[in-house]
Design a protein around this ligand. Structure first.
Ligand code: T3D
Length: 259
């Protein structure tokens, strides 16, 4: 019964496709609700070992549906953010499986920053990232002001946020904003390989990796060494560590279970 998102699950991979191609997959009120519904399902399904987020048609996501903001001068956007994007991003962040964002086309406004909140971001060479917010009198949201300076440095982050300059996929890779730019013709196949590879890796260790990198921004040096020690202790007790070591010594590929 989803109308703005296509959701499917196979090979332990959950695929979420933003599906309003006529509007470059801009977020409508309905899409916010359906995105939440789908993320909530993913959070509660332990069998999922990789999540793929992408868009239908020629765009990834053009951010907020501005058709729904016509004549909205007195609208409380803080409330809109809290009950829309922020609610969804908090849920997205709580997903333990690795999240791949396959940016299949233009990613603008909230669309760009939702992509950057994912763990492994790849883009078609023809895709562009646009911090479109200031062009309509807003600031970057969806934690863009948190993540952009960390990824590309303050100088570039401020400039693209103030100018709304489109950043090509190649430029985004060069700046460290995303992981890879892929030729359009190879995109679907490489994304498929990437998600299958991740879904067969030690899922729990990957979830620790997600979290501990984020923690590094607020931990002090010694405190962080303590965290690595504690987390590594847990990893060392896992099936996947025993299997990884056994496979190495037996010169065979490992068969990870994800725990
Ligand atoms: O309000 C809140 O809740 C606060 C939170 C805000 C978060 C935000 O995301 S603010 C930023 C919102 N997004 C934008 O400002 C981007 C607007 N879109 C564009 O600048 C351009 O469409 C693009 C640069 C993304 C792509 O340009 P182009 O030339 O490739 O495509 P186009 O022709 O502009 O768009 C194609 C269609 O999609 C078109 O519809 P039409 O004329 O064929 O019927 C266009 O109106 C529609 N579309 C694109 N973006 C949006 C949209 N419709 C509604 N909302 C959009 N954001």
């Amino acid at each position: 019964d989803l109308t703005t998102i296509v959701y499917q699950q196979s090979d332990n991979i959950a695929t979420v496709v933003l599906n309003r191609p006529d509007k470059l997959n801009a977020f409508s009120e309905t899409m916010h609700k359906e995105f939440y519904q789908v993320l909530n399902h993913i959070v509660n399904d332990d069998s999922i070992r990789c999540v793929l987020l992408t868009g239908a048609g020629r765009g990834f996501c053009a951010g907020q549906d501005l058709g729904e903001r016509k004549g909205a001068e007195k609208m409380d956007l803080g409330e809109k953010l809290e009950n829309g994007y922020n609610k969804n991003l908090r849920l997205l962040k709580s997903i333990q499986a690795p999240i791949v964002c396959a940016v299949n086309g233009v990613a603008a406004g909230a669309g760009a920053n939702i992509a950057l909140n994912c763990d492994v971001v790849v883009a078609r060479k023809s895709a562009k990232f646009i911090q479109a917010f200031s062009s309509i009198g807003l600031i970057p949201d969806c934690n863009g002001t948190w993540i952009l300076p960390k990824l590309i440095g303050l100088a570039r982050a401020k400039a693209i946020a103030m100018l709304g300059t489109p950043v090509s996929a190649d430029q985004a890779v060069e700046w460290g904003m995303i992981y890879q730019a892929i030729d359009d013709s190879d995109f679907d196949q490489q994304v498929d390989e990437l998600t299958h590879t991740l879904a067969n890796r030690p899922t729990r260790a990957l979830s620790f990796i997600k979290n501990i990198f984020d923690e590094s921004y607020s931990n002090m040096y010694g405190e962080h060494l303590d965290r690595e020690r504690d987390v590594q202790r847990v990893c060392g007790l896992s099936h996947d560590f025993s299997e990884g070591v056994a496979a190495f010594n037996e010169k065979r590929p490992p068969k990870f279970k994800g725990h």
